[in-house]
Structures are given as structure tokens and as C-alpha cells.
Write a new protein. Structure first.
Length: 218
């Protein structure tokens, strides 16, 4: 009987140890799976947060792009080179717009009352933008650049009869552009790019020679 009890006790102790080892393994497996799930959740949450943070930035960029005007006709902050203006005067777009007339031919000033004022407006452009609904012939077309190299444009503002610059009352230029026109014409004449007739002057040479020399010559 004692032998049987010893064998039974050993079997019971082995059984208990096997149960304990199985329970510990299952708890460890549950613990590891739980750790993996908990570590996986923050990654998903981080990606969701990153996507959510990118969406407002993209929306703001889209709104900013939609607010910015494209090809604003009143924007004059861009500087057009004179070479571009010279090519523009020789293009088909210029011919379709102005045909064979000068750029000021079809322009009409807006003014109050039946009689136009003596002076045109000071300027049509303020802070890089057109500030009036009726800009002058030069301010309304940004590709018309007043420069001493742009001879074809300057010739349109010179009278073929007198060779003088046309008045702003005829052309409708604002005071600022008319001043730039006068400067450009003077520079072109000084550099020999614009030809002009020198008026013939008659001199009374008797004022330069004394009377004795005249009598002796006779």
C-alpha cells in the first residue's frame, strides 16, 4: 500500500506541474498578443493623425490658390522688358487689336460735364494696380513700353507735319506717361534713333561784321 501511495503521489505531482506549465504558457501568449495589439493601435492612430493633419494643409493651399487671381487684367506690378514690347508691336495680336491706327486713335476719355478738363489725370496706376476704369492708351496695355529703343511706338505720338510730340489732349495720356514719353523721345533724338528736321534760320551778317569792313570790301 505504501508503494501504491508513493506512485500515486508522484503521478499527482506530475499532473499538477503539467497543468501549471500549460497555464503559464497560455498567459504568456495572451500577454504577447495583447502587447502586439496595443503597439499596433498607436501606429494606426499616428497614420490617421498624419492624414488628418495633411488634409487641412492641402485644403488651405487649395483655398489660397483659388483666392489668388490668375492673369489679373488690372495688375501692373510685373515689369515688361522693352524687347518684349518691340516684338509685340510686330505681332499679329497687335495688328488685330489696333489694326493700322495709332494706339491712341480709338481711345476716348471719360470726364464729367460736356467739356473735358484741361489736364488729364495724374496717373492711372497706383500701388501696382490700375486705379481707374478708363486707363490711358499706354496704361491699359501693359505690353506698350515707353523707351527710347521702342521707336515704332514713339513715332505714333509724333506729328508727321510738325515733328513735335502730340499733346496729351489729343492722345489722352495721363500726366505720368506723357512725361515718360517726352523723356523717351528726347533720348531717342539725342542717340540718333529718331530723325528730325532742323529749322532753317536766316542770319543778318551785318550784325556780326563792323561797318568799316563792309565799306572796304566794296
Amino acid at each position: 500500500m505504501s508503494v501504491l501511495r508513493l506512485i500515486g503521489g508522484e503521478l499527482i505531482s506530475i499532473y499538477r506541474q503539467s497543468i501549471l506549465t500549460i497555464g503559464a504558457g497560455s498567459s504568456r501568449s495572451l500577454a504577447t498578443t495583447g502587447f502586439q495589439q496595443s503597439s499596433a493601435k498607436p501606429e494606426n492612430e499616428a497614420t490617421d493623425e498624419a492624414i488628418a493633419s495633411e488634409e487641412p494643409e492641402q485644403a488651405e493651399e487649395g483655398e489660397a490658390a483659388s483666392k489668388q487671381p490668375i492673369d489679373d487684367p488690372k495688375d501692373r506690378s510685373r515689369v515688361i522688358p522693352v524687347e518684349t514690347s518691340i516684338r509685340y508691336l510686330a505681332s499679329d495680336a497687335y495688328r488685330q487689336t489696333y489694326q493700322d491706327d495709332p494706339v491712341w486713335k480709338q481711345y476716348r476719355r471719360n470726364h464729367k460735364g460736356p467739356y473735358p478738363p484741361k489736364l488729364t489725370r495724374k496717373t492711372c496706376i497706383r500701388k501696382g494696380r490700375i486705379s481707374t476704369g478708363n486707363p490711358c492708351p499706354i496704361c491699359r496695355d501693359e505690353y506698350l513700353v515707353l523707351d527710347h529703343n521702342n521707336i515704332d511706338l514713339l513715332k505714333q505720338f509724333i506729328s508727321p507735319q510738325t515733328g513735335e510730340v502730340l499733346s496729351y489732349r489729343v492722345t489722352g495720356l495721363c500726366q505720368k506717361k506723357h512725361t515718360q514719353l517726352l523723356v523717351a523721345v528726347e533720348r531717342a533724338m539725342d542717340r540718333g534713333m529718331l530723325t528730325f528736321d532742323v529749322p532753317f534760320r536766316e542770319y543778318d551778317y551785318s550784325e556780326y561784321y563792323p561797318a568799316k569792313e563792309r565799306n572796304s570790301s566794296k
